[in-house]
Design a protein around this ligand. Sequence first.
Ligand code: SF4
Length: 735
Amino acid sequence: MGAKGTSVKKSWCFFCKGRCSVKVFVDGDRLVKIEPDPEVPGTQGAGCKGARYKNTVDWFYSLHRLNYPLKRMGRRGENKWKQVTWDEALDEISKTLAELREKHGAETLSVSAGDAWGNSEEYKTRFLSLFGSPNIFGPSPICMGPRSLVCEAIFGWYPQMSVRAVTKCVMALGVNMEITRPAVWKEYMNARKNGAKLIVIDPRFSEISAAADLWLQLKPGTDSVVLLAMIDHIIKIGIYDKHFVSKWCHGFEQLALRAAECPVDRAEKISGVPADQIREAAEIYASSQPAAIVEGMGVEQQTNGAQIIHARCILAGITGNVDIEGGEELHGGFAHTGFVTDRQIELLDALPQSQRRKQIAYDKFRLHSWPGQELLEKYMSKNLGEKGSVHWYTGQAHQPSVYRTILSEDPYPIKAMISSASNPMVSHSNTSMVYRALKKLDLYVVFDLMMNPSAQLADYVLPAASWLEREHLWSYLGYKDTLFGCHATVPVRTSNYDRRDDFTFWRELGVRLGQEDYWPWKSLKEACDERMKNCEISFDELCEKGYWRILEPGYQKYKSQSFNTPTGKIELYSTILEEFGYDPLPYYEAPPLSQERTPDISKEYPFILINGSRIRQFMHSMWREVPSVRKLHAYPRVQIHPDTAISLNIENGEWVWIETPVGRIRQCCMYFDGIEPNVIHAEGQWWYPELPGEEPFLYGIWLSNVNVILNDDPESCNEITGGWPLRHTLCKVYK
Ligand code: SF4
């Protein structure tokens, strides 16, 4: 117990990937505060420096928080609602879904996912598998998809940033770990005490660049050139692991020829990174074993994203850093444990081939859609069995293509959409197209935590339980070696609100649509208990401990079981990419909108626009609705080099227009000499909860949100994984 009448409960904070252990203070049914829990190892709020956990009570009781199911009364976007019961809402939604499925086929339902704030995404997929639609989509082509898919193709598993105290070198690609991956950063700081080096490759100075032994400030969009030049240098001076390469790598000769096309001098011309720095980075990395590479969305959100990840896998492979402690650890998931995995919950096998083939962009981004899922799974299951693979980010429809299909009805009509843990109007690029698509739907349902611009366009808005109001059984998608668990700490229903966890939402909808036999558990708690029934500890014991390392670490497993790839080796030359008709080796291609490829456009739009670095106080589109947090970061800031700003007669703190060929927005100029003078960095996902919710305002969605001016043309997306160019487009800036 805390203060008189206040109970203290253990939990994990799910506001970001920091996953800090916390103590939750509750008085009756009222949340009082949360604090980091120093008794459990972790990062104790380092990522947000308290901005989020200290303001959790304000967030929890925010005026924007959704409390009861709402049904649209006026026109879509008019902000006129009627409170209804859960039964009324679910009965009506399921009736409409059944009618639409009857008329257009199950594929007419699409579901947009996002970053799951304590959601259990596996139940969403289970519902869709049983409903019969392959059209789940979300940010996977620009967040986690390229990393997991390409690593699985090359290594047979995704190593997930396995920095340890023994790690001798960390190479950070397009990531500011200090904010976005605080647990990994903490591990690096431990390793640093033992002399570990840090190489940072990023066009922008950040907290970790300041701590780096070497910061390679490259031109946005040129990462694959730099990595290929590092590979070439390592091969040319013979500092790769010859024994490991000859025994465990496939396609070294072809790789050497490809890398030779990109010597350091050429890389310097394209990327702007001095050749000496590229050589030095290559030599530090190759001579420090174990070495780990940590990549972030800064590389995934480029049109060369898959090629950059491929090159990063090759660097690890030729230096013998794979499947060793503190290098690229390949845990292999929970295949041989008693745990019921996310993959099993998803019931993917219930989705027939005929429906899989209807997935939007099935034939276009083939590693990202069902063909990729099936081929990767075939090789992973060789060693790991049917439980061995992971699905969550992969085997998805292609987000930009789904919106175009809604508008064109080609190849078939998509008439319904459910957004859960997703705020498309804020978070998806090409906002005007997203807006037109949402308005065209026959049925749009939003299941979320807060009223937001997307919810304003919905027919039904349903209140989701937050991470504090529900159980958690978190396996890190099955990639890591540990399970995390906690009980609900705050009631999900009180006299002031009636929310549901997402398990209950999908189950209730599924039961109404004939799925009852497949939802034997009546509650999320029952499902958690069942999934751990055959483990050494129960779900309740897991919650008591907080976390449980379910797998003992094992290294160099390939010696007995080979890698989970077609050749059984690390595929420097990827036979999986080759089978899909893609280039089996990494390459560099200039961005679709760039001085190299569109010189005429670049005359009018002379700057390279990057965006989206994490703002410490916010998480994606969240937290702007909480005044105590908003005052810490009141307005969107665009970083402009002082020389550039002065040449444009722009003062520090002045509002400016940022314009691309797609449109223009306004943000507040902040002088910043940590980027090159020809690069502009804008903040992402801005909306203004203090402005009216109804149209035309939609909480100011058109004013400052960078997605309003970004394009996501599928023809410009990465050909393998479908990512669109968020980190390199052209713009101009003016007052
Ligand atoms: S929001 Fe803060 S306290 Fe919560 S997990 Fe992230 S860093 Fe930790």
